[in-house]
Design a protein around this ligand. Sequence first.
Ligand code: SF4
Ligand code: SF4
Length: 141
Amino acid sequence: MRTRGAISRSLAEEMREAYDSVSPFIEHHTSRVCPDCLSVCCIDRHGTHEREDLALIEALGEVPPPERPLEQDTSPCRQLGEMGCGLMRWQRPYRCTWYFCSALLEAMDQEDPRAYREFIRKLRRLQDLRLAVWSACRETD
Ligand code: SF4
Ligand code: SF4
């Protein structure tokens, strides 16, 4: 599996911008919902990067966070600190941005419809770019 050079810098920059664009809306809601959560979703299995995540980080000239094997992959995620995730959103595995528990969805559902629609539009853009990253990675096989 090759990740270095799999995607262009411009595609990586677009992807990082797309992550940054969805982050405020998500964090507005996670900051309200997550502090009271009794079943935190950030287990270590979810903190493992996929090939496309690594290709993005490397294309941006950054070093991927070290993988740290734990005895149980249901232990708290290695990136989890007292203030939540220690990684910028674009440094996290893609799946982390796509997990919305029912409490989070409920909170988002109360949002102003225009703001919610705008968020969905940005989320779709992120999804399209991820597909482009996925395709570029396969072309290097
Ligand atoms: S996203 Fe949902 S499951 Fe995960 S920590 Fe927040 S409230 Fe808990
Ligand atoms: S959001 Fe951060 S802490 Fe949570 S599973 Fe993903 S990498 Fe780990």
